[in-house]
Design a protein. Structure first.
Ligand SMILES: Cc1cc2nc3c(=O)[nH]c(=O)nc-3n(C[C@H](O)[C@H](O)[C@H](O)COP(=O)(O)O)c2cc1C
Length: 193
């Protein structure tokens, strides 16, 4: 089963990277599958450790899907890394094996520590819809514009039915970003908006 998380990694100089990633879940073992061009892949390869943060704050997924934000964080316990301050719970990972076959790596890790910070209130339809929109936002170069707009319109209806302020805000951030990307693609192709 894939669980959507925010993975924190650090480069050798200590710069922290936050990225949404779906990881293959296990109690003792977690498999991370970053594409080879991601910072997450480079950091995992170079340092051999990461932290998987579980959170119900969908805005953190939205922002990290479309930019490289820095979020408040505290030091991890067992590995050289950080725990997201907004994490409900977290797992600290040590790399056991890396398969770097392009385009997407497969990194087997062992869970060496876990902890909890606050209650996980849960996901609802709006949060799931924002998560799906965040995925769409990372794939604007791969999917036809009409298909993207149809998907986003359908997801927006779910958000409008069940969102709180935070989910509305996250959805607006993503839809603005997606429209900006689609306009840039259309301009580059000379086909207008
Ligand atoms: C919910 C969600 C799950 C994602 N899962 C993955 C994944 O498993 N592997 C991956 O390479 N990118 C995944 N992405 C896309 C990355 O988060 C995105 O490419 C990010 O910019 C890569 O981050 P980095 O270069 O900072 O490591 C996912 C995005 C979202 C929104």
């Amino acid at each position: 089963m894939i669980i959507e998380a925010i993975i924190t990694t650090m480069d050798e100089a200590g710069v922290v990277n936050f990225a949404p990633m779906g990881v293959e879940w296990g109690d003792d073992r977690i498999v991370v599958k970053p594409f080879l061009e991601t910072t997450t892949f480079r950091n995992l390869r170079d340092t051999g450790v990461a932290v998987i943060n579980l959170t119900d704050d969908i805005m953190l997924f939205a922002r990290a899907a479309i930019s490289s934000p820095q979020y408040p964080a505290i030091p991890a316990v067992r590995v050289r890394g950080v725990v997201l301050e907004a994490a409900c719970s977290w797992r600290e990972l040590e790399v056991r094996h890396i398969d770097a076959t392009p385009p997407r790596s497969r990194i087997d890790t062992a869970v060496v520590h876990s902890g909890a910070r606050r209650e996980f209130i849960g996901f609802n339809r709006a949060r799931n819809a924002v998560l799906e929109t965040a995925i769409v936002a990372t794939r604007t170069h791969l999917i036809p514009a009409a298909e993207i707009r149809a998907d986003v319109a359908r997801l927006q209806i779910i958000v409008d039915k069940t969102a709180g302020d935070r989910e509305h805000e996250a959805m607006a951030l993503l839809t603005d970003h997606i429209e900006g990307k689609l306009a840039a693609i259309a301009n580059a192709q000379g086909t207008g908006g």
